[in-house]
Design a protein around this ligand. Structure first.
Ligand code: ADP
Ligand code: MG
Length: 699
């Protein structure tokens, strides 16, 4: 019987050299490791294509059966290659080897039957396969027995050593059908039965050596569930541990600050969604549990007011609060609007950023430690070691995905007791992603915009009709409105960015000349103070048009601005476009977003632009974004566990994800510490793999 923990070196067909390669390249040491290296797709190898049909299969992997007629060596030096021809009675196809040509020449058996597999290249109507997979056929060969062939993730290093997917496939097949093969179950029996899953043993047999598509799908369903079940279980355990380990600050009352502000000074009525979210936050804060809450809401849904009211609960209970923004401009803006709106309360609000002058900073730090500051607003500067609170009660992180992991981790050390934590997203993220990335946080959603907002009208224009756009801008400015005009940020090059912005500025001023039209210019090269000055001119309506790169992307609030023009709109991601568009539509006037593109759009670009034109709904846009980019490309997902998923894809496996979450939740409710005998499969599985660090642990 083959033991799961035995070294792969001793499997038939491996040996020391291959074992070494598999260890160093794929981390496969044992038989169990081998089986947990899942194939990422399967190919139907029970079919062959007649050669005359080749033109239909350009750039596609296809399988043929035929005899090989040797050609010969051709070319010189680096271009040296060996060619042969495959014939099957319907046509002839060229086979080429650039590497290992001598070896191939020596080992090919002329005029014997081969199974040939590879990708069809089309060079000006001449078809060939480079480096095909070859299998010399024996007389008892039966095509129908080949069936679905798993394809495993491989590395270049392995290919160089002539270790191919096929070897892994052979090894896995041998192991899973070896006598007495048993894979210990890792999901409780009850759940396996409830979902009519195959056993783990069956699932691995059907994944590594499927006999048909149905059985493969059945296996995948279970194995995906398994992955997602453990991901969710870890999130929930983390949450549970935290609740058991840390006592949260208890805010007994709503407090005077909140009440006074709410009754007398709040500038508008809260939406029902805002009220609901405040209640959720309030409930967390009074129970003695430490709040770890994610606040999701579309652009313009009024997250800032929720943050402010939460901070007032903290201060009203005698605790300090702070809010952190990703940029100086935003911190400045929060500071001003908070200081202004709660002025009657006589609380001390301070701003701390990288550009706060030394004297000012030292004074602030001292007051902070002496409990003379109620609310501190700032940027990353709040994370510095010298920043010590006297009694921090609540941390709000605005537009959080710009904060890195390590930065957030440092928040924990800001007080003797852990403060409550409220994380706010810049734009919505789909529920599946939230469950995967922030699975250990409680989630609140503002699913309603303030009343009276007119939906922003979005149009797509080709750059050839830029003149019309400029005419439209003129009209809006005449009506007293202001305009954002955005050019793409050129990554990693502030010099290029400046150039593109300058030529953009020249172009716009040709239509809308100075000094008749007044401009603010904001870009990455400006010092924070300069940026702020430009922003402020725009805010105070001393300028009509703000020309900017995406530095204005997040959070900026100028209600009189009614048009957002975005040049080269195809270069922006969906979340970014939606954020930018969210800068308008904040006042009572009808607002517009104009997306300008040049040349021909890619399929993906077309989809992005079309989505923007069709909908204003951030949750909808987030779904399309996830669809188009995949979980790995989204901000903040890098270390989240989403990328460690081998089979599941949260874009397509939502139902399985939700089932896994529910089952994990139910199980922990029944047996939180996993002490029951029926929890044994879970205990074993968790014991085997060290608890992976989940990124959101430190949120
Ligand atoms: P975001 O959720 O994008 O951070 P903000 O908090 O900046 O949105 O709010 C957008 C605008 O809506 C601000 O001008 C804010 O004052 C206003 N606002 C927030 N809540 C309401 C409400 N309930 N009624 C009317 N206006 C509101
Ligand atoms: Mg905001």
């Amino acid at each position: 019987m083959i033991q799961l923990d035995s070294n792969i070196e001793f499997l038939k067909g491996v040996g020391p050299a291959k074992a070494e390669a598999l260890k160093s390249e794929l981390g496969i040491f044992t038989v169990a490791d081998l089986l947990s290296h899942y194939p990422f797709r399967h190919e139907d190898r029970s079919k062959v294509v007649p050669i005359f049909e080749v033109p239909r299969y350009k750039d596609v992997y296809v399988q043929f059966k035929g005899k090989i007629i040797p050609g010969g060596m051709q070319g010189q030096g680096a271009g040296r290659r060996y060619t042969a021809f495959l014939t099957d009675g319907t046509g002839e196809l060229e086979l080429v080897w650039f590497q290992g040509a001598q070896w191939i020449e020596k080992y090919l058996k002329p005029h014997s039957d081969y199974l040939v597999y590879g990708k069809i290249n089309d060079f000006k109507g001449k078809f060939s396969i480079a480096h095909p997979e070859l299998e010399l056929l024996t007389p008892d060969f039966q095509l129908s027995k080949l069936g679905l062939q798993p394809v495993y993730p491989m590395t270049e290093g392995l290919k160089r050593r002539r270790i191919e997917s096929k070897l892994l496939s052979q090894l896995c097949k041998m192991v899973v059908y070896s006598p007495g093969f048993q894979m210990p179950e890792n999901i409780p029996q009850e759940i396996v039965q409830k979902f009519k899953f195959p056993t783990r043993t069956q699932a691995l047999q059907m994944l590594h050596a499927p006999r048909n598509v149905d059985e493969l799908e059945w296996a995948k369903k279970r194995l995906k569930f398994e992955e997602l079940f453990y991901l969710q279980l870890r999130h929930l355990q983390l949450k549970g541990n935290r609740n058991r380990t840390y006592r949260g600050l208890i805010f007994n009352e709503i407090g005077e600050h909140f009440n006074t502000f709410y009754q007398n000074f709040i500038p508008f009525e809260l939406t029902n969604a805002q009220k609901k979210v405040i209640r959720e936050i309030r409930n967390d804060m009074k129970t003695g549990k430490q709040m770890n809450r994610l606040l999701q809401g579309d652009v313009g849904s009024g997250k800032t007011m929720v943050a402010l009211l939460s901070m007032l609960i903290s201060t009203g209970n005698g605790f300090q609060a702070c809010i952190m923004a990703p940029t100086e401009i935003l911190a400045q803006q929060h500071f001003e609007s908070i200081a202004e709106s709660i002025e009657p309360l006589n609380l001390r609000v301070k701003l701390l950023t990288g550009s706060t002058k030394k004297k000012e900073r030292l004074a602030t730090l001292e007051q902070l430690e002496n409990n003379e500051i109620h609310i501190l607003v700032g940027t990353h500067a709040l994370l510095e070691e010298q920043v010590k609170f006297s009694n921090l009660g609540l941390v709000v992180i605005d537009e959080q995905h710009r904060f890195g992991v390590a930065q957030r981790a440092r928040l924990w050390k800001k007080g003797n007791v852990l403060p409550h934590i409220l994380v706010m997203t810049a734009t919505p993220i789909p529920r599946t992603l939230a469950m995967t990335v922030y699975g250990d946080l409680d989630v609140s959603v503002i699913d309603e915009l303030p009343k009276g907002r007119k939906p922003i009208r979005t149009v797509h224009k080709h750059e050839s009709s830029r003149g019309l756009v400029m005419d439209f801008i003129k009209e809006e400015i005449e009506k007293g409105r202001q305009i954002y005009y955005v050019f793409p940020l050129i990554e990693d090059s502030t010099k290029l960015e400046l150039q593109s912005l300058m030529s953009g500025y020249d172009m716009v001023t040709e239509y809308l000349p100075t000094p008749q039209y007044k401009y603010s210019l904001v870009h990455g090269k400006l010092k924070p103070a300069e940026k702020e000055a430009e922003m402020n001119k725009f805010k105070r309506h001393q300028t009509d048009i703000m020309i900017a790169t995406t530095v204005i992307e997040v959070g900026v609030n100028v209600p009189n601005a009614s048009v957002m023009v975005i040049e080269n709109a195809e270069r922006f991601g969906l979340a970014q476009l939606h954020q930018l568009r969210g800068r308008v539509g904040r006042g009572a006037e009808q607002s517009y977003c104009v997306l300008i593109t040049g040349g021909k759009l890619s399929e993906n670009g077309t989809k992005r632009i079309r989505t923007m034109v069709q909908t204003n709904d951030g949750f909808e846009i987030a779904k399309v974004d996830l669809e188009l980019r995949g979980p790995g490309e989204l901000d903040g997902t890098k270390q989240s566990g989403v990328l460690d998923l081998k089979l599941a894809d949260i874009r397509h496996d939502e139902a399985i994800l939700i089932a896994a979450r529910t089952e994990a939740q139910n199980w922990l409710e029944k047996d939180e510490l996993l002490m029951l005998p029926e929890s044994a499969p879970i205990r074993n599985e968790l014991g085997k793999s060290p608890n992976r660090t989940i990124w959101s642990k430190i949120s």
